[in-house]
Design a protein around this ligand. Structure first.
Ligand code: NAD
Length: 496
């Protein structure tokens, strides 16, 4: 543990620091092959990141395994203090981390990246205070037998990250895992690995060597080698539904616990008595338009009561038209780029399907930036899809772009049914001033995170996780740490 690391002040230099290496055992460990990481806003190569092989992945797991017993032997509160100190260090360096994040994800520095780093630091601080909450129970089994449970760490945790909010999602995994006494191997997203490395290296200054390790590579090579590794005791994954299934199967083969945070198609129900102003603002924040809609929680199915529909649509369009789409590094920019050409083609494909649907209407808002060196293909306009049948792919599937489906409703029972007609169950919101209706809707909506008259993002101390094909298990909160990063041992002591 040292406190000597100062990140480079220049984002490009910070990115170059992590050229072709992993962070293993507290050191920079070169690997044999690399992959290019592109700046989505320009299309230029931003840097080279590790393309780890199975044996390079194994080296990280071995480092984590070796560090495990000594880390687990440190009192829980002391582990928590180290994690919290890492959070404060991250906050102290938030600007450089945010600058790297904006370059690799295409997310706007002002509206997205700085906030993401600050939330990441907050998650570390939050979990850092929970060391002494790793409590067991005493059980009144028999007066002559002291019966209790204790909480133990699981061992080496594999944490697999996506590209859309890599830092927040990393901290939601590693902070509870570390405080609970586990050691961790993070598999960064190959689309956006550098901010993950930089944030981890800042945090590692406060942790013993090998407790936190970061590797990068493709899912097929590095990811699969990690999830199938015999010494990994727990897998925590955030990503797509399809890869989530593969990861779950890999855990099942070895009977290790798996947490999955997958996709969503979250409904937002606007009732006839809702505040127009609040619900329109909630649609913009909930749909995560400033993140190009690249959010699993996005309120991407918006059901508006027929009496408000026209006014809601007009106000939403007017607000979306004011958002500036452009260079993620420009302080004036609200909306940056889609992560890559493949994802941009997926988004465009869904919009084309809506356009080809008889009776449907497609509304594009805002304007693509012109006359710059930016790559115009990756700037997707905020798009509203109207009058689609409920079984349309755009209504049923996660698009993961700035595309919201707006549906009209008149009958409350019918809209609850339509809202629940989804294979997903991640989040839902309802907008009404009627308390009875709000309570009724919250009890009937089939989603793990239901809000009324607001559309908050993930909070460190509030459990978050989906039902159905949105995933398994919870993240954030004490509940998530106890349920997913510890095991419970029952001890019965005869007193006679
Ligand atoms: P992805 O599933 O393609 O990749 C996620 C991670 O899994 C990457 O690090 C990738 O390298 C790795 N991976 C790929 N194949 C693997 C394999 N066979 N074994 C092990 N690891 C493998 O997802 P993505 O495109 O990076 O992220 C977007 C997806 O993530 C969206 O579908 C979105 O809904 C989901 N997401 C969910 C949440 C949530 O909390 N529910 C949050 C953010 C993103």
């Amino acid at each position: 543990m040292t406190d000597s690391f100062t990140p480079p002040a220049d984002p490009q230099a910070a990115i170059a620091t992590y050229r072709n290496l992993n962070l293993v055992g507290g050191r920079h460990v070169p690997v044999s092959a690399s992959l290019d990481v592109l700046n989505p806003a320009t299309g230029a190569v931003l840097g080279q990141a590790a393309a780890s092989t199975a044996s390079e992945t194994d080296a990280a797991v071995q480092a984590a395994k070796a560090a495990g017993p000594a880390w687990a032997a440190i009192p829980a509160r002391e582990r928590g203090k180290a994690v919290a100190a890492g959070g404060r260090a991250l906050l102290a360096h938030f600007e450089i981390v945010a600058q790297v994040l904006a370059r690799e994800t295409g997310k706007a520095i002002r509206t997205e990246c700085r906030g993401e780093v600050k939330t990441s630091a907050d998650i570390l601080e939050f979990y850092g205070g929970l060391g002494s909450e790793l409590k067991g129970e005493t059980i009144p089994f028999n007066p002559r037998m002291l019966t209790m449970t204790t909480r133990e760490p699981l061992g080496v945790v594999a944490a697999i990250l996506p590209w859309n909010v890599p830092l927040v999602l990393m901290m939601l995994k590693i902070a509870p895992a570390l405080v609970a006494g586990n050691t961790v191997v993070v598999k960064a997203s190959e689309e956006a690995p550098f901010a993950t490395y930089l944030a981890a290296e800042i945090l590692m200054q406060h942790l013993p060597d090998g407790v936190l390790n970061v590797i990068n590579g493709t899912g097929a090579d590095c990811g699969a080698a990690l999830t199938s590794h015999a010494d990994v005791a727990k897998i925590t994954f955030t990503g797509s539904e399809a890869v989530g299934e593969t990861v779950y199967k890999s855990g099942a083969e070895r009977i290790v616990p798996v947490s999955l945070e997958l996709g969503g198609k979250s409904p937002m129900i606007v009732c006839d008595d809702a505040s127009l102003e609040k619900s329109v603002a909630g649609a913009i924040s909930g749909m995560r338009f400033t993140r190009q809609g690249q959010s699993c929680t996005a309120s991407s199915r918006i059901y508006v009561h027929e009496s408000l529909y026209d006014a809601f649509l007009a106000a939403l369009r007017a607000e979306l038209d004011t958002l500036k789409i452009g260079d993620p590094l420009d302080e004036a920019t609200d909306i940056g780029t889609i992560i890559n050409a493949k994802q941009a083609a997926v988004v465009a494909g869904y919009v084309a399907q809506a356009e080809a649907t008889p009776g449907a209407t497609v509304i594009r808002c805002g304007a693509v930036p012109e006359g710059t060196e930016l790559s115009p293909d990756l700037f997707a306009l905020p798009t509203l899809l109207l009058d689609l049948p409920e079984d349309h792919p755009c209504v049923q599937n996660e698009i993961f772009g700035p595309v919201a489906v707006i549906q009209k409703w008149s009958d409350y029972e019918d809209v609850i049914k339509r809202a629940n007609d989804s294979r997903y169950g991640l989040a839902a919101t309802v907008w009404t001033e009627n308390l009875s209706r709000a309570l009724d809707a919250t009890s009937r909506l089939n989603a793990g995170y239901v809000q009324v008259n607001q559309n908050l993002t993930i909070q460190p101390n509030v459990s978050y996780g989906g039902f159905g094909r949105s995933g398994l298990g919870k993240e954030a909160s004490l509940e998530a740490m106890l349920a997913h990063f510890t095991r419970s041992k029952t001890i019965v002591i005869a007193m006679d």
